[in-house]
Design a protein around this ligand. Structure first.
Ligand code: NCD
Length: 653
């Protein structure tokens, strides 16, 4: 039995096989291979095209369709879980087609269904069958997918069709240019997956030529294995700009894929900026004479009405292909069920917490958060090579977050995760003894106590930290060319506290206010947000053409900075980005050089540097500490043997 939840569930060869079946849809219509089958459509969200084209496809294959006109009138309204609905309806039908407003909801249903389940759109996550229609349309129009350059435009953050589409374009070797509305950039986890799984790299694109035809101008270019990696510049180099400009002017755009603003997924008041529209200038520009315009529909006002009469506007054709493509997909799934093929094996590095408490997905719209009864929290473990953080990626919604605290189930002890713990954590994982917590509070609620650390020593005192903030602030003022446009961006959480401290110091030195923002690398939905001048109507934080000082407490491998830079350049092209850190530990995997440093403290991998900053609670003083780690694994086994020897006394105080 095969489900289709993500576009990753199909191989390229299988997609080709489905396209070949779609080419022969007339034959399927005559043969009626689904004569004895029933399809159930479970739509918890509005739909016209997806639902009707699925239903039409099933009828044309000779099958029957059952459906609830509106899931709000189904048992869901009485509080029935997704799991129960899926279980029950799979005894009435041979295939389920479901759409839901939660990310991962259809995967949760598939896990409880006894028949194939198809994702017809889950929250902001994916919409794989729309992607099949999109690829089929593109291939029909352009002959092939490899080497095409597709501009994806509009609400790239909330539009699920975009996410499935960019993965698929990458797999077929197309280039992707992203042209997002302000504050609606492609989510970090999507770009990371493009980079890590499909070998794509990201470059900011000088997009004046695109600005002629759309209202927004910042663009990013995602391309397979090109030498133009995201430049790790702390200062935007003119030469790089020029080189990127040359790439842009040589690009031939094969398609514009427009999307509407996903209003129903956006908090009121947020994302109030301009939304890109494809205007009449596009129609007249000769360099776009062969560029087709696609749209998953429904459209609002993103497209010039002129386009409907232009042969390049192919969105109605794209919608019409929905029927043959979905006929082909259903036939493919029924055939797979017949030969007894199973869903490809899940990745081997899957993590499930042995504790009932444990890591929660950071996406508030993930089904593991909204309906815990139907989904078992599971994560793929991603470790990005030496020195990298330990990252968990949610199986249901693909959001990624950094592991903060780890513990050993046997010893009931926890500590903050650090690269030096990699081997120990690997052992715990292999023995299924690894507990992961999002916070100290969570660890303590699960009955865990901290591991003790040894050789602790203060490397910066309260006075030293305050003095460093003062010096760094005056250096920033001296080097800043445009103090009016200066923006301090702290990396959450310690970096944000420091950024605010620097802003306060700048204000003291220069008697004016400075804007402060925060970057969340593995965290919330909102990667960059304003934390000063809290004005709800201020709209998204503007980074374009600004002088930015990126602030963090400690720099070591440089990876965090790389991630932060990638978020910044994905959002917009600032004039320059400089880097301020309180402590530079000296070792670096990535060539990033901080411009402003509080103190250089060369330290080894086994050591940890912790900065504690006076925050909201009174009485806490600033302090930077260095210590080496007593091996938690040695600690754990000694604890176990003590326990076995009947000692109740904990090993540490
Ligand atoms: C899309 C969807 O529902 O995600 N519509 C569709 O399936 N054709 C896009 C949208 O609603 O904007």
């Amino acid at each position: 039995m095969r489900h289709l939840i993500s576009i990753a569930d199909l191989t390229n060869a299988e997609i080709e096989e489905i396209f070949a079946l779609a080419d022969d849809a007339e034959k399927l219509r005559k043969e009626k291979p689904a004569r004895d089958c029933i399809m159930a459509t479970l739509f918890y969200e509005p739909s016209t095209r997806t639902r009707l084209s699925f239903e039409s496809a099933m009828h044309r294959l000779g099958g029957g369709v059952i459906s609830c006109a509106d899931m709000r009138t189904s048992s869901a309204a009485k509080g029935e879980s997704l799991a129960d609905t899926a279980k029950v309806v799979s005894s009435y039908a041979d295939v389920l087609v479901a759409r839901h407003h939660w990310d991962g909801a259809v995967r949760a249903m598939a896990e409880h269904a006894d028949v194939p389940a198809v994702n017809a759109g889950d929250g902001r996550h994916e919409h794989p069958t729309q992607t099949l229609c999109d690829l089929y349309t593109l291939r029909k129009e352009k002959g092939q997918l490899k080497g095409l350059t597709v501009v994806v435009c509009g609400d790239l953050k909330n539009g699920r069709t975009i996410h499935s589409l960019v993965y698929a374009l990458a797999r077929f070797g197309a280039n992707v240019v992203t042209l997002a509305a302000a504050g609606m950039e492609l989510p970090h986890y999507v770009v990371e997956r493009m980079e890590s799984e499909y070998g794509y790299s990201l470059s900011p694109l000088v997009a004046n030529e695109l600005s002629a035809v759309v209202t927004e101008t910042d663009a990013l270019y995602l391309t397979p294995k090109q030498p133009h990696q995201l430049a790790l510049f702390t200062q935007l180099d003119r030469a790089i700009q020029l080189r990127l400009g040359t790439i842009a002017s040589q690009l031939c755009y094969d398609a514009f894929y427009m999307t509407r603003k996903q209003k129903e997924r956006i908090k009121e008041g947020a994302a109030a900026g301009n939304y890109p529209t494809l205007g009449d200038d596009f129609l007249r520009a000769t360099r776009f004479k062969d560029t087709v315009v696609m749209h998953p529909l429904p459209r609002v006002d993103e497209l010039s009405p002129e386009l409907d009469r232009d042969k390049r506007g192919i969105y109605f054709k794209q919608a019409a292909y929905g029927v043959p493509v979905r006929m082909a997909l259903l036939k493919f799934l029924f055939d797979q069920a017949e030969v007894g093929l199973r869903q490809p094996a899940a990745p081997s590095s899957l993590y499930r917490s042995p504790e009932s408490l444990g890591p929660h997905c950071i996406n508030p719209n993930c089904v593991t958060v909204t309906e815990t009864a139907s989904a078992q929290r599971r994560y793929e473990i991603l470790s990005g090579g030496p020195g990298a953080a330990l990252i968990l990626s949610c199986v249901y919604c693909d959001h990624r977050f950094k592991v903060q605290f780890v513990g050993d189930v046997q010893a009931k002890r926890y500590c903050a995760y650090d690269i030096s713990l990699r081997a120990t954590v690997g052992e715990w994982l292999a023995k299924n003894e690894l507990a992961v917590f999002n916070s100290i509070k969570e660890a303590e609620e699960a009955g865990y106590e901290p591991y003790k650390t040894s050789g602790q020593r203060v490397v910066m005192t309260d006075g030293e930290i305050q003095a460093a903030v003062t010096v760094m602030s005056s250096e920033i003022l001296n080097e800043c060319q445009d103090t009016d446009g200066l923006l301090l961006l702290g990396i959450r959480t310690q970096g944000s506290v420091l950024a605010q401290r620097i802003a306060a110091e700048l204000e003291r030195q220069n008697t004016r206010k400075y804007e402060v923002g925060e970057i969340d690398i593995y965290g919330s939905d909102e990667e960059i947000r304003r934390i000063s001048l809290a004005d709800p109507d201020a709209g998204p934080l503007n980074l374009r053409d600004r002088e930015i000082v990126l602030v963090d407490d400690v720099i070591y491998t440089g990876r965090t900075i790389k991630d932060a830079l990638s978020i910044i350049f994905r959002a917009a092209r600032p004039r320059m980005v400089r880097l301020a850190v309180l402590i530079d530990r000296g070792h670096r995997e990535i060539p990033v050089k901080p411009n402003f440093v509080g103190k250089h403290i060369p330290s080894s991998e086994r050591e940890r540097v912790r900065v504690r900053l006076r925050g909201r609670e009174p009485g806490v003083k600033d302090e930077a500490l260095i210590y080496s780690i007593t091996s938690p694994s040695a600690n754990a086994s000694s604890l176990r043997s003590r326990k076995n020897a009947g000692q109740t006394q904990a090993a540490e105080g």
